[in-house]
Design a protein around this ligand. Sequence first.
Ligand code: IVH
Length: 668
Amino acid sequence: MNDMQNRVNELHDLLNQYSYEYYVQDNPSVPDSEYDKLLHELIHIEEEHPEYKISDSPTVRVGGEAQSTFEKVSHDTPMLSLGNAFNEEDLRKFDQRIRDNIGKVEYMCELKIDGLAVSLKYQNGRFVQGLTRGDGTTGEDITENLRTIHAIPLKIKEPLNFEVRGEAYMPRQSFMNLNEEKENNGEQPFANPRNAAAGSLRQLDSKLAAKRKLSVFLYSINDFTDFEATTQSGALDELDQLGFKTNHERERVSDIDGVLKYIEKWTAQREKLSYDIDGIVIKVNDLEQQDEMGFTQKSPRWAIAYKFPAEEVVTELLDIELSIGRTGVVTPTAILEPVRVAGTTVSRASLHNEDLIHERDIRIGDSVVIKKAGDIIPEVVKSILDRRPDDAKTYHMPTHCPSCNHELVRIEGEVALRCINPKCQAQLIEGLIHFVSRQAMNIDGLGTKIIQQLYENNLIKDVADIFYLTEDDLLPLDRMGSKKVENLLEAIHKAKSQSLEHLLFGLGIRHLGVKASRVLAEKYETMDRLIEVTEEELVGIHDIGDKLAQSVVTYLDNEDIRALIQKLKDKNVNMTYKGVKTTEIEGHPEFSGKTIVLTGKLEQMTRNEASQWLQMQGAKVTNSVTKSTDLLIAGADAGSKLTKAEKFGTEIWTEDEFAIKQKEINNE
Ligand code: IVH
């Protein structure tokens, strides 16, 4: 081996070792600067001599090329979820069921990490593929993002082939730093560490994912063939030995009372952890006994998740403000003395509507109990009556909109009050925020604060104005450097080419959600055709109900809206559908109408490419082999799907056979 290769190997070993010490053992042996120095040396070598760069080099920790999509991949075995227990009674029932079936058992208690389930595949001891849970059967390939997580070993000590599963999460400190940065940039902060972790792992640009400091705890091995463990605790110990990060707060207990003690301990101490947990997972420790208990359709019978009750805290209700949504609904919002609940500081909580305030007899000045519904959305549960001050004030909703002063109306059958003035400023701002949001035109960098400033400075009054913004308009705004302006204008420019369904959804037509926007865009293809459409015709479309049909036609019939559409067209905002037509593809007779499954590793194309090409030919590409599957295309190392197809007598092609057919058709 030459000197350069030796040095590269040495750098790999040192960098992997330092990552392990720092991120898995929490016990670094060298300062960060030493790691950075060696990493830069390796980056430099790889730049000068790309032949030394391998896919699992420690330089992948900084991220690589951005991807355009995440490939969908089926799991070797489904990623199931767990049954829930909410109290002692549920837990005792679980224990009874286990003992009725298999007698006395030992339990493993683990913290239930509040993050995202991931599956990591190792081949020959190298990390080769990482997937999200997805729908449990099929996940998304997020390998590049997972490689940036230092706690995930890129290479382990033994050349084993197996899959480990665990929970990726964002430590509280990383979450707080990230949100502070977001707020400084005028961007919407994440609601909690779990959402932040999910958002980070769904970044198509792994360089961005690398900046989000994520970690992982592994909790199970999916294929035990190369392992000696006969218990869950043994399996976790073996994972530790191999260099994986497991959670060390786990405890083996001999009965359900031990489980209850463990729960009590962590209910009291969870706030002290440096990461969020949302419960405790209890597993039968012995693997053979686990097998005996088996699985239901959705979850193992040998494990259960105890969910912590939503945390409740007491604070003071300082005031009630009204917020006006994009559709004019006026919602009373509680302004609270800031208080920490379930991991974040809460200073506002929705009170939903006036009826609820009176039903719960909530008054301004009261001490109130707050909790987070689903641990996410803050909610006022009740007032504490015996702490009510003498001057507590009963609240009455105003009769006029606090933003535009137009009279508020209560629409029949609805509890909500609405401002029906189409020119109401608060509604217009909310509408603008909706227009730029991710599922609509997805204009990055145009946060709430910037929109408010632009609106207040008369620079945008309707959504089309966004496309008329110039550098001179943006530069004078607060916290706007020239680089930010450049990025923002670029994002606005990019949004002009969004496919029609994003524009439709962004316009905020009442009752028109993401799915129906796509249905309409796909069916009518252009805005001009959609404008011509009648209510009767729309009602005839599957997925479009009466209310929606009426709302779309009334909206598009409006003169002001026609003018708005023209104003968008004048700036070359795309008005056509650009997605794949799922309904009207004629395709190629060889594939049209056939149900096809792809499996195994493809070498000449990605699975995504193969799938898209097949769909263009009119085929339906599905994930699992059933009796109605017409064809299985099997790449290398195909597993259970191949066996199943053989059993059903399904036609099977190799990747080569498929590639030859593909070439023939492409050349026709
Ligand atoms: S065991 C068959 N152990 O909780 C599923 N899950 O529904 C086996 N989770 O999404 C899961 N911490 O990702 C297990 N120590 C732990 C866990 C854990 C968090 C998540 C898991 C799953 C959910 C359970």
